[in-house]
Design a protein around this ligand. Structure first.
Ligand SMILES: Cc1ncc(C[n+]2csc(CCOP(=O)(O)OP(=O)(O)O)c2C)c(N)n1
Ligand SMILES: [Mg+2]
Length: 615
């Protein structure tokens, strides 16, 4: 056996360069790069190793470990999980800064390789700078925080351990059912230790995604159920996009007279103007999708985790006898709420289901209802997105302006605040992946860093990041990275002077406005933040616009600009779209001195009666 003597860190770097995938007939690197912020825990080991492979595997320097991991997650999501990135940090704060991002990837089922540095395996210099020191357990380090938010975790304390660890890591990262964050915590001294690695470990490997076909029994049962449906309805989740099943879904819907509601992760599975697409479903759903979802007797859930925003906290599907068929590559998701499981890749699963259904079609009365609801919703949506002469525009009116100046291949990126609900209802996505919403963890601060990852995944598409003032303030530092890397973003910053959506939620649950909008906080000076100046200081082009008309002009200019642009607009914190949508379970206090809370509690209890437990 021929061997090659390398440090553990050099072996990781070399191994990563050998992993490939095939996209549109072309073999490309599986890892699009490595994000790195160095400290004593990784600069000597991983730093030296990454420098050695910099021509095959680029290293990118970010400004915040959470931000860089968000960029890596967005890159993988925008690449349909077919390509990914790695992230290396120092020990201690650099590592734990990345834990929140690990949770983002875990919830959203997105592959990312996290390589935090760890304390010395030999323990000789203990405690080193940033070592947390657990009094009762010598095996614990700060990196144990990654365990509940990693699909695979290992701590590497001998150089040869990296051989099985990387093989397991690859099995997880490339598995469509299990993929998510993999954390390999790399002891600092071990990174620098040498070992005679077998050459075969570094052989080129081309990863092609596995397509699990449905089990015959499950398929027959699902087809029987659907064939007897009078009111079938499809819920399309992120799995449709990850599987590349958009065309198959469109054909399936057309052939069998079915309508589709899209989850946050599934939006852009069908173009907005496809006749089968009724738009968003659930808490932030369109009136059209929700009308059909409420009445459906068979819900065909494709590639969705069925989270509360999709199921209206399990009160949306109101037909008493309704059944769910859950077509999902992950068995864990396929049996939720007594669903009939159909464990399969979305594309082949839909194809086989269609074949099993033969010439069956949904009843005509149901099909006409879908058509009418679609027309009704799109007429009412325009009332919210068209400009008015109100002093402050609503979020929906800003969305209208972005939509009017956008082109069909643009990608809109967002994650938290009031915008995800408004975008889900109103954004008209044309091309697949044109809607990138992180709404599994809905992590404030994902937006700009995520936009950067989306841009790196497909630099030919214009990326428009929509972000609230709160999320912008929480994490904006990768805006500077976008300029450094020449990865241009257009950022539309909606300044409603605080946490607008939570203030509205607080009021809706009977609370007094408190601690959300800046005016309702404890303060000596009411903040008056000049976001345009802030963005300019990071190197972006920036301006503040005073009207929807000015916004449209600025958006057109930003499209032609080479550098990232931040456009700031003041918006009304109190307005959101009051049509469409569905009840959401947010627990209201059972006793309170506030009359408004007691009233909200009564309404809450009435709403809870519609919630289906288990079925
Ligand atoms: C990291 C993180 N912390 C807290 C929350 C809870 N949260 C959701 S939206 C929101 C306010 C967002 O404010 P902003 O970005 O200004 O959007 P707006 O609500 O004003 O539309 C908060 C605090 C979250 N989603 N993520
Ligand atoms: Mg805000």
């Amino acid at each position: 056996m021929s061997t090659i003597r390398l440090t553990m860190a050099q072996a990781i770097a070399r191994f990563l360069t050998a992993q490939k995938t095939e996209i549109d007939g072309q073999v490309v690197p599986l890892f699009g790069g490595v994000w790195a912020i160095f400290g004593h825990g990784n600069v000597a080991g991983m730093g030296e190793a990454l420098h050695g492979v910099r021509d095959q595997l680029p290293t990118f320097r970010a400004h915040n470990e959470q931000g860089m991991a968000h960029a890596a997650i967005a890159f993988a999501k925008a690449s349909r999980r077919r390509r990914m990135m790695a992230c290396t940090t120092s020990i201690g704060p650099g590592a734990t800064n990345m834990v929140t991002a690990a949770a983002v990837a875990h919830v959203n089922r997105i592959p990312v390789l996290l390589l935090p540095g760890d304390v010395f395996a030999n323990r000789r210099p203990d405690p080193v700078l940033q070592q947390i020191e657990n009094f009762s357990d010598g095996t614990v380090s700060a990196n144990d925080c990654f365990k509940p938010v990693s699909r695979y975790f290992d701590r590497i304390s001998r150089p040869e351990q990296i051989i099985p660890a990387l093989q397991r890591a690859m099995a997880v990262l490339t598995d469509p059912a299990d993929c998510g964050p993999v954390t390999l915590a790399l002891c600092q001294d071990t990174q620098a230790e040498a070992y005679d690695y077998p050459e075969s470990f570094f052989a080129e490997k081309i990863w092609t995604p596995r397509r699990i076909r449905p089990d015959e029994m499950e398929l027959a049962e699902a087809a029987d159920l659907i064939r007897n449906a009078k009111k079938p309805f499809i819920v399309a989740g992120g799995g449709v996009l990850y599987s590349g099943a958009e065309k198959v879904l469109a054909d399936f819907a057309q052939k069998h007279g079915l309508f589709v509601g899209e989850t946050q992760a599934g939006k852009s599975s069908l173009p907005h103007d496809h006749q089968a697409n009724l738009g968003a479903v659930g808490v932030t759903g369109t009136g059209a999708s929700n009308a059909l979802a409420e009445d459906a007797d068979v819900v065909i859930a494709v590639g969705t985790r069925l989270q509360d925003f999709t199921t209206g906290s399990w009160a949306l599907f109101k037909n008493p006898g309704r059944r769910i068929v859950s077509l999902n590559v992950q068995a864990f998701d396929s049996t939720k709420h007594n669903a009939l499981p159909l464990v399969s890749d979305a594309r082949v699963g839909i194809e086989e289901l269609s074949r099993a259904l033969g010439s069956w079609k949904a009843p005509e009365a149901w099909v006409s209802k879908g058509r009418e609801e679609k027309t009704r919703w799109f007429d009412s949506s325009a009332r919210f997105t068209d400009p008015t002469n109100a002093e402050l525009p609503s979020d929906a009116q800003v969305i209208g302006a972005v939509q009017r100046t956008s082109s069909p291949t643009d990608v809109v990126v967002c994650a938290a605040g009031g915008l995800p609900g408004e975008l889900h209802k109103h954004w008209k996505a044309s091309a697949a992946l044109g809607y990138h919403m992180e709404y599994g963890y809905s992590c404030m601060g994902y937006e700009i860093a995520g936009g950067l990852g989306v841009k790196m995944a497909d630099p030919n598409r214009e990326v428009i990041v929509m972000v609230g003032d709160g999320s912008y303030l929480m994490m904006n530092s990768e805006l500077a990275t976008s300029i450094m890397l020449g990865q241009k973003l257009t950022v539309v910053l909606l300044d409603n002077r605080g946490y607008g959506c939570i203030n509205r939620l607080q009021r809706a649950t009977g609370g007094e406005s408190f601690n959300n909008l800046l005016q309702h906080t404890n303060h000596v000076t009411l903040p008056d933040i000049d976001f345009a100046a802030h963005a300019a200081s990071l190197g972006a082009l920036s301006l503040k616009v005073k009207s929807i008309a000015e916004l449209e002009g600025a958006l057109k200019k930003a499209r032609d600009a080479e550098r990232s642009t931040v456009i700031v607009i003041d918006t009304d914190p109190l307005i959101s779209t009051d049509e469409g949508g569905h009840w959401w379970d947010v627990a209201v206090p059972e006793v309170s001195v506030r009359e408004q809370v007691n009233t909200a509690r009564k309404n809450y209890e009435t709403a809870l009666a519609a919630q289906r437990v288990g079925d």
